[in-house]
Design a protein around this ligand. Structure first.
Ligand code: FMN
Length: 346
């Protein structure tokens, strides 16, 4: 129904506006008694076989909502009714920031992709925390970053601030050092910076009642040497795993005309065109590290088969963003069904 009726209408309008209106609509619908339960009864697949214990967390199923969709933790409860096993909020920065100038999100429908240069617009850590305080049952990943105005040389303080503030309200952390839409942000994937950050965050972790796992979110545009360095960083530091991957700055093998792509301009590309390179990164990290740390696989999952491919490449959990927009919530049902079908029979 989504692809046939709703999507053609939604895709007539600006993607960011559609995103904001859909948020309000889902929120409004949930005020009607019984709607939340109805959505749950349609989409939620409660099956023991889908449960996964990773990072010391018991996930009800391995499908998460990727960062950037519910940046300000405004809709995590309602979105979880569509069957997500966990929701990653953020990227959150210490202070609210507007992000880049609009228009900054573009669909490239011929390729089932999105190009965005949002620039980590968000309402800031403290207002996000207020909403997370109401959370009772949803598994939350806290994706954190630095403010655009904070120079890289002092970026540590932003991550430390976010980590401290969000610590009681999230189940795991993701350190975003791979956003292509903020100047020099991806330079934070630097070994010295990351090792120092890991040490500082772990010290805070040790002072808290419960330790929270920390993952690094990396770019699909890293070369093999850089990926080797990521493996080394994770194996010698307090980082627990990797989220692979963020969006790509590359524009390879697209069906969309180059004049349209050029007119869109800078931004991170997500969706189907990202599938291969993100799977490559997942497989490389998994094989080269001998599966020594958990990987959350994200990038171009638009079908149940794509999800299985990510899991087979070495992902322990997966996340959706662009595929959820193009395929709708039925994608989660399809993935869970195929996962169950693929389980070894005994
Ligand atoms: C509009 C948009 C905004 C995003 N914002 C963030 C963000 O704030 N932080 C982040 O780590 N990733 C962000 N992402 C990246 C996604 O979390 C995901 O890594 C990427 O889109 C690849 O997955 P997909 O192909 O399923 O979309 C964003 C993606 C999109 C399309």
């Amino acid at each position: 129904m989504y692809k046939l009726l709703l999507r053609p209408v939604l895709f007539c309008f600006d993607p960011e506006r559609v995103h904001n209106i859909t948020f309000k609509l889902i929120k409004f619908l949930h005020f009607i008694p019984g709607i939340g339960l109805l959505i749950k009864s349609i989409y939620l697949n409660k099956n023991k076989a889908l449960e996964k214990n990773i990072l010391g967390i018991n996930f009800p199923n391995p499908i998460g909502l990727a960062a950037g969709f519910d940046k300000n933790a405004k809709l995590y409860k309602e979105l979880s009714n569509f069957g997500f096993g966990f929701i990653e909020i953020g990227t959150v920065t210490p202070n609210a920031q507007p992000g880049n100038a609009k228009k900054r999100v573009f669909r490239i429908t011929q390729d089932s992709g999105i190009i965005n240069r949002m620039g980590i617009n968000n309402e800031g850590a403290l207002s996000t925390i207020e909403r997370l305080k109401k959370n009772k049952s949803v598994i939350i990943g806290g994706n954190i970053g630095k403010n655009t105005t904070t120079p890289n040389e002092i970026a540590l303080k932003d991550y430390i601030y976010n980590f401290n503030e969000l610590h009681p309200y999230v189940n795991y952390f993701v350190i975003n050092v791979s956003c292509p839409n903020v100047k020099e942000f991806t330079q934070l994937q630097d070994k010295k910076f990351l090792l120092e950050l890991a040490t500082k965050l772990e010290k805070i972790n040790a002072s808290k009642k419960k330790r929270k796992p920390i993952l690094l979110k990396i770019s699909p545009d890293l070369n093999n040497n850089q990926l080797d360095e990521i493996i080394e960083i994770v194996s010698i530091s307090a980082f627990d795993g990797v989220v692979a991957t963020n969006t790509t700055t590359l524009r390879n093998n697209l069906k969309t005309t180059s004049s349209k792509i050029n007119a869109i301009g800078n931004g991170g590309l997500s969706g189907k065109p990202l599938k291969q390179s993100s799977t490559y990164v997942i497989r490389y990290l998994s094989e080269k590290s001998n599966q020594s740390f958990p990987i959350i696989g994200v990038g171009g999952i638009h079908s149940a088969e794509d999800a299985i491919e990510k899991l087979n490449a070495g992902a322990d959990l997966i996340q959706l963003y662009t595929g959820f927009i193009y395929e709708g919530p039925i994608l989660l049902q399809k993935i869970n069904k195929l996962i169950i079908e693929n389980l070894p029979k005994n």
